[in-house]
Design a protein around this ligand. Structure first.
Ligand code: UDX
Length: 435
C-alpha cells in the first residue's frame, strides 16, 4: 500500500519505517527541511535502538523516502497518517491541536482521489469530528474517511512494540476503511496482535485512558512504597504479590522516581481537561497528577535525610538523567526537578548518562557532565541511581568506591539491600524500609 506519514517525530518516523519494512511504499514528510535532508543522508534525529539499520535497509530497498513536499506526497498516497505533536498548551492542561488542524487544512487542498486520513498522534476525543469538518469545506464526503489509529509505542522499545503489539486499535465510522486497515495490519495480526475495531471516538479515548491507567498504576505503587518505607516492608514483595493476580498484572508496578516522558504527564492532563469540558470530573486521574508532581519533592526530602540535611558542598553523582532507560529523551524527567534543586542548595553535582551531555543543565554552574561512569563516581559523597540503564545494573561499587563513607541512593531498586549491606556499602533504596 502507498502510505504517507506527516511528521517525522517519534511516532511518525518509527511507524513509517516499520510500515515500509512490512513491504509498504512509505513517504515520510516533514516541513523541517534540515531534518529531511539529514534523514535522506541516513542521519536519525532520535535515539531508538535498531532504527538506523531499519531506515538504511528500507531506503536501500526503495520502499522508504523522505520529503518536505506535503502536497505531492499526499497525492501519491492512499493512506495518510497524521503524526504531528499534540503538546500541552502553554500555561494550561489542554492539548494544543494547532499542528493537527494545520495539517488538516493542507490536506483539504490535496485530496485528488479517495484517501484514508488517520490520526496516529494522541488526540482528544472528538478531534476526528473536527478534522472531518475541515476536510468537508473543500471536499465531498466520498473523497475521504477520517480514522483514529492510536500508537502504543514505548520509547526505547518502539520497534518491538510496533511489530508485536498487544492490540491494534482502529476507530472508524465506515466499513471500507476498516477493511483496508485490517489488511494493512494483517502481517501483525497473523503474528498474534488482537485487532480492535471501534468507533472513531472510542479509539481516541482508548489511547488516553490507557496512558492514564498506566500512570495511575505507577503512582499507586509509588505511594504504597512510601508506606513500605515507614513499616519496614520491601516494596518488591508487594509488587510481586499483587502482580501475580491476573486482574492486576505485574507490569508498571515498579516503584521509583516520578513518571516522566513525552506521554504520561501530557496525556493525564489532557484527558482531565477534556473531561472537564464535558463537565465530568476525573478525580482519580487528577490526584495521580498531583501525587506525581509531589514525588520529586518527596524523593528530594529523602536525599536531604540521607545527607543529614548537610547539602552545601556535598559531591552528588547522578547516574542517568533521562526519564527512563534506552532513550535520550529528557522531557519531564524528574532529574530536571531534582538536579537544579540540589544545585540551588549548594551541592556539587556531576552526572553521567549513556546518551551524553544534556543542554538542560548548562545554566547551572555547579552541575557538570562526566564523560564516564568512573569519573562520575570519583570522590562522590552521594551516588544517586536515577535511571535504570543496564550499564548501572552491575557496578562493582566495592571496587570503585574509595571513600568508605560514600552513600548510595538507588531510586530504581536495581540492587539487593542484603548484598549491598553485606559488602559494607551505605545503601538506600525506594520502598524497602528507610535503610
Ligand atoms: C508510554 C506508553 O507506555 C506508550 O504506550 C505510549 O504510546 C507512550 O507513553 P513511554 O513514555 O515511552 O511510553 O514510557 P514508559 O515505558 O511507558 O514509561 C513511562 C514512565 O513510567 C517512565 O518515567 C518510567 O520510568 C515510569 N515507570 C514505568 C515506572 O516508574 N514504573 C514502572 O513500573 C513502569
Amino acid at each position: 500500500m502507498k502510505l504517507c506519514m506527516i511528521g517525522t517525530g517519534y511516532v511518525g518516523l518509527v511507524s513509517g519505517v516499520c510500515f515500509s519494512d512490512l513491504g509498504n511504499q512509505v513517504i515520510c514528510v516533514d516541513k523541517d527541511l534540515t531534518k529531511i535532508k539529514k534523514l535522506q543522508r541516513g542521519i536519525i534525529p532520535i535515539f531508538e535502538p535498531g532504527l538506523d539499520e531499519l531506515v538504511k535497509r528500507n531506503v536501500r530497498n526503495k520502499r522508504l523516502v523522505f520529503s518536505n513536499d506535503l502536497k505531492n506526497s499526499v497525492k501519491k498516497s492512499d493512506i495518510i497518517f497524521i503524526c504531528v505533536g499534540t503538546p500541552t498548551k502553554k500555561g494550561g492542561s489542554n492539548a494544543d491541536l494547532s499542528q493537527i488542524y494545520g495539517v488538516a487544512k493542507e490536506l483539504s487542498k490535496s485530496l485528488n482521489k479517495f484517501k484514508i486520513i488517520i490520526t496516529k498522534s494522541t488526540v482528544p476525543v472528538t478531534t476526528g469530528d473536527e478534522i472531518e469538518k475541515i476536510l468537508l469545506k473543500n471536499n465531498s464526503k466520498n473523497k475521504f474517511s477520517v480514522v483514529s489509529n492510536p500508537e502504543f509505542l514505548r520509547e526505547g522499545e518502539a520497534i518491538r512494540d510496533f511489530i508485536y503489539p498487544d492490540r491494534v486499535v482502529v476507530g472508524s465510522n465506515d466499513k471500507k476503511s476498516n477493511k483496508i486497515l485490517k489488511n494493512l495490519y494483517s502481517p501483525l495480526i497473523t503474528k498474534g496482535a488482537k485487532y480492535v475495531p471501534t468507533s472513531r471516538r472510542a479509539a481516541e479515548l482508548i489511547k488516553y485512558a490507557s496512558n492514564a491507567f498506566l500512570a495511575t498504576k505507577i503512582t499507586f505503587i509509588n505511594e504504597i512504597a512510601n508506606l513500605c518505607e515507614k513499616t519496614n516492608i520491601n516494596i518488591d514483595d508487594i509488587s510481586i504479590g499483587m502482580g501475580l493476580d491476573q486482574r492486576i498484572g505485574s507490569r508498571f508496578l515498579r516503584a521509583g522516581p516520578a513518571y516522566g516522558g513525552s506521554c504520561f504527564p501530557k496525556d493525564t492532563k489532557a484527558i482531565t481537561s477534556t473531561a472537564d469540558k464535558f463537565k465530568i470530573n476525573l478525580s482519580v486521574i487528577k490526584s495521580v497528577i498531583k501525587s506525581n508532581e509531589n514525588r520529586s519533592k518527596l524523593l528530594l526530602k529523602r536525599v536531604y535525610e540521607i545527607l543529614k540535611n548537610k547539602i552545601k558542598n556535598k559531591r552528588i553523582s547522578f547516574l542517568g538523567v533521562t526519564f527512563k532507560a534506552n532513550t535520550d529523551d529528557m522531557r519531564d524527567s524528574s532529574s530536571l526537578k531534582m538536579i537544579p534543586e540540589l544545585s540551588k542548595k549548594g551541592a556539587i553535582v556531576k552526572y553521567f548518562d549513556p546518551t551524553g551531555y544534556k543542554i538542560e543543565f548548562k545554566k547551572f554552574k555547579n552541575v557538570q557532565y562526566a564523560k564516564s561512569l568512573s569519573t562520575c563516581l570519583d570522590k562522590a559523597d552521594l551516588i544517586i541511581i536515577h535511571t535504570e540503564w543496564n550499564d548501572f545494573k552491575s557496578i562493582d561499587f566495592k571496587k570503585i568506591i574509595k571513600n568508605k563513607k560514600t552513600l548510595i541512593f538507588d531510586m530504581r531498586n536495581l540492587y539487593s539491600p542484603q548484598i549491598m549491606t553485606k559488602n559494607k556499602l551505605n545503601y538506600f533504596s525506594v520502598g524497602r524500609g528507610l535503610k
